[in-house]
Ligand binder design. Structure first.
Ligand code: GLU
Length: 299
């Protein structure tokens, strides 16, 4: 696949059925790919079995279909990609860019300072394991002081990598690969040129760009849309009681998603078919209209 074809993706975690917040992310990535005559791929981020809800992956795909989304190619499942992640980790080990760490979570919490997303590990195991323990995690050596990137919606960022992020885990002691590694390997495998996703992942973006750089992979262009929250400012999710999307009011929910993303669909479209709504949105989608906030109340 030529890398100069716009290739976007939607990468849900099957922890529960789709809700309004996940619909918004799917709509934004889909419309942006479509207006660029691009491809739009779906990837199931099912790395964490215990957090998964049985049947959710199929349910998500059926709901996307009912809402009129058409993805290109086969759905990729992260649960089937362990060999690829293992090979990438082996490459990073061979290059000396990762090291094993057997500090417990408790020990890390005791010695770390707070970063932008959890504790910043001070590199205790960089020069060799410090404790007797059978299982090890693998950490990436974060040697960059700063990482600058530009987001198509949220603007310019300068993340202080050593100070605010530190050496992050790529494979946990329980053998699970971390999201940061899997997403970089899969975005590269699928030739993703443009990522459109929720702004809750803005802080992850610099780690992903750093990994891409280390692995000599191209970096996609990023656009982070506001996260849909409830009135209390909490991200809509299964945990915060977000309602599962119904297929009985598709046109209404799609119109609401368009409004959330800065479009202004005529009110009568709420009563039309999803095909007509998609046609209207294809003619009107402009990423520049998406509010440049990191979160927005959804009702
Ligand atoms: N699986 C993540 C989620 O459902 C999205 C990851 C990504 O788009 O990079 O929030």
């Amino acid at each position: 696949m030529s890398p100069d074809i716009y290739t976007g993706r939607y990468a849900p975690s099957p922890t529960g059925p789709l809700h309004f917040g996940s619909l918004v992310a799917a709509v934004a990535s889909y419309l942006d790919a479509r207006i660029h005559q691009g491809r739009w791929l779906v990837r199931m981020e099912d790395l964490d079995k215990p957090r998964e809800m049985p049947g959710a992956a199929d349910d998500i795909l059926r709901t996307l279909e009912a809402y009129g989304f058409e993805w290109d190619g086969e759905v990729m499942y992260q649960s089937q990609r362990h060999e690829a992640y293992e090979a990438t980790l082996a490459q990073l080990i061979a290059n000396g860019q990762v090291y094993s760490c057997n500090c417990s979570r408790r020990e890390v919490a005791d010695i770390a300072h707070a970063g932008i997303e959890g504790p910043v590990y001070p590199g205790l195991c960089r020069d060799g394991l410090s404790r007797e323990r059978d299982t090890v995690a693998w950490r990436f050596k974060t040697d960059a002081a700063h990482l600058l990137f530009r987001d198509r919606i949220q603007g310019q960022f300068d993340h202080r990598m050593q100070r605010d992020i530190g050496d992050f885990v790529l494979k946990r002691a329980d053998g699970k690969f971390a999201y940061q590694l899997a997403v970089v390997v899969d975005d590269a495998e699928q030739n993703i040129s443009h990522v459109v996703r929720g702004a809750d992942l803005l802080n992850s973006t610099s780690r992903q760009i750093l990994l891409q750089y280390s692995l000599q992979l191209p970096s996609p262009v990023y656009a982070h849309i506001p996260v849909a929250t409830n009135l209390a400012g909490e991200k809509l999710s299964k945990q915060t009681g977000a309602e599962a999307l119904s297929t009985d009011n598709k046109a209404q929910m799609l119109s609401r998603a368009f409004v959330f993303l800065g479009l202004n669909p005529p009110s009568e479209l709420c009563h039309s078919s999803v095909d007509i709504l998609w046609q209207w949105a294809n003619e009107h989608w402009q990423l520049e209209k998406v509010p440049s906030q990191t979160q927005l109340i959804s009702d």
